[in-house]
Design a protein around this ligand. Structure first.
Ligand code: AMP
Ligand code: ZN
Length: 491
């Protein structure tokens, strides 16, 4: 029995985590819609779930982590499908759009040092499962067919099952009157009904045969079908950004209950939004900063570039359920904090002390490293756990520069601290040392390459300077020419 508790959106309280099968965890997280580049808001959510995944592994659970790729486009307000719109704008085959942005997403996840999910199913690879689920919902009487499309009957469902609205906290009567005013009802019986199968118009490219029409599955269906396929009708954790709570997750629950008469998820976890200038970062609003812009500093919103690990550290410094506003000041503070933490670890690893019996300082150090685990057990509280490590670093620096007596701490205490710090900072927080401008051999080599490139440029030998730049690019090394000379970093 582990001591983990976290906030469950379903019960609206911090619940003790008890997995369905002891020692095993099934976790599903809604992945990206791959019709353009991931933005930092998406990265915040995926980094947050990466930390949750890593912490479950740290506790010794065997985790099956499923994160999907949404490659069947959702319809936009203008009635166009996102992926088809991308394909039209970029003159690509829809599957080329999907592949291009899936690759980009994977690259970004690697740069942020996130672990790969155990299974990464694609919606287009699970059309049969989705059709089967639509059929089950129809058979159970919770859907109806209209002109080749199939709609989920929210009115009948909420009359018979006391579950619709429970996750998002929407009061059904209000929901029904609200949707009546706001939305065009079209061919649906009721405005709050939603499509689980859509008949495609003749010009629609991504479509599949089904018993009802040539068409495509509704937006919410893929997650119901794929989570059931890989994690079973009932599983432990389902996550996503809190913007997905309604309608996406609410409708997922409805579909699962409609198909299998089983509420699928025990614990719903929702991350809060990344804001820019106080507004949700969103692709559709154009209010975004790409990770690349953040790394290079080429954006009107920031003064300079920040490395991927500084950004990861910045994400960790706020709790996943709080909003996080991106701005220069906070990023600069994160940069300092990240360096202090990494240097603190190095100092700790090589520190020699001479205490012979366990005293107060030993107890203080052990309390800090154990306290960080308690913080993580309390709703994955990364900022509080991080603060404990900063206290540890202060003690370590004090010991190192003689402000704290070296004979007040035992070497074995420091050994424990090194091991715990490695486990938390590198394995759970997923931070890495960045090999840039640290004066080490790689840095020396890079300074040489930068000098050679500069010489080539001075001699107008563009062939050589381009070759150097392109090769570094292939090696994922970024060089940046700035006021104070050229610097390098890993992309
Ligand atoms: P999408 O590609 O829009 O389907 O989003 C993929 C994931 O990123 C979902 O879990 C969203 O909830 C999440 N997400 C989208 N925008 C933001 C944001 N500004 N901050 C945090 N997470 C976000
Ligand atoms: Zn989903």
């Amino acid at each position: 029995m582990k001591n983990l508790k976290f906030y469950n959106s379903l019960t609206r309280s911090k619940d003790t985590f008890t997995p369905i099968k002891e020692g095993y965890v099934g976790m599903y997280v809604c992945g990206p819609t791959v019709y353009n580049d991931v933005h930092l808001g998406n990265c915040r959510t995926f980094v947050s779930f990466d930390i949750i995944y890593r912490y479950l592994l740290y506790l010794g659970y065997k985790v099956r982590y499923v994160r999907n790729i949404t490659d069947v486009g959702h319809l936009l307000d203008d009635g166009e499908d996102r992926i088809l719109k991308g394909a039209r704008l970029e003159q690509l085959e829809p599957m080329e759009v999907v592949q291009k942005y899936t690759n980009g997403f994977h690259k970004m996840m690697t740069i942020f040092n996130t672990l790969k999910p155990s299974i990464e199913p694609r919606a287009t690879g699970h059309i049969i499962e989705q059709i089967e689920m639509v059929q089950k919902i129809l058979d159970n009487g919770y859907a109806y067919v209209k002109n080749g499309s199939v709609y989920f009957d929210t009115v009948k469902f909420s009359k018979e099952k006391d579950i619709y609205g429970k996750l998002s906290g929407r009061v059904i009567d209000e929901l029904f009157s609200e949707t009546r005013e706001l939305k065009n009802q079209g061919e649906k019986n009721h405005p709050s009904d939603f499509a689980i199968w859509m008949k495609a118009s003749p010009e629609h490219i991504m479509k599949w045969n089904s018993p009802w029409s040539e068409g495509f599955p509704g937006w919410h269906l893929e997650c119901s079908a794929m989570s059931t396929k890989y994690l079973g009708e009932k599983f432990d954790i389902h996550g996503g950004g809190n913007d997905l709570k309604f309608p996406h997750h609410e409708n997922e629950v409805a579909q699962n209950v409609g198909a299998c008469n089983c509420a699928p998820v025990n614990y719903w976890l929702h991350t809060n939004m990344l804001l820019m200038n106080g507004k949700k970062m969103s692709k559709s609003d154009g209010n975004t900063i790409s990770p690349e812009q953040l790394f290079s500093g080429e954006s009107e919103h920031i003064q300079k570039g920040y490395s991927p690990m500084v950004v990861r550290f910045f994400i960790l410094q706020s709790h996943y359920r709080s909003t996080l506003d991106i701005n220069d000041e906070a990023l600069l503070a994160a940069e300092k904090g990240y360096k202090r933490l990494m240097e603190g670890y190095k100092t700790l690893s090589s520190l020699e002390v001479s205490g012979s019996t366990a005293g107060e300082k030993d107890a203080e150090i052990i309390n800090l490293v154990e306290g960080a685990v308690e913080d993580m057990n309390d709703d994955f509280n990364t900022p509080r756990a991080m603060a404990k490590y900063f206290e540890l670093v202060s003690i370590v620096n004090g010991l190192n520069d003689g402000k704290i007596d070296k004979s007040s701490v035992m070497q074995s205490t420091l050994e424990t601290a090194v091991e715990k710090m490695r486990g938390m900072v590198f394995d759970v927080f997923g931070l890495m040392e960045e090999m840039a401008a640290d004066g080490g051999p790689m840095d020396g080599l890079m300074q040489l390459v930068i000098e050679l490139r500069q010489e080539a440029r001075n001699n107008k030998d563009w062939g050589t300077s381009d070759k150097i730049r392109d090769t570094l690019n292939e090696l994922e090394i970024l060089i940046k020419d700035g006021k104070d000379g050229t610097t390098w970093s890993l992309k």
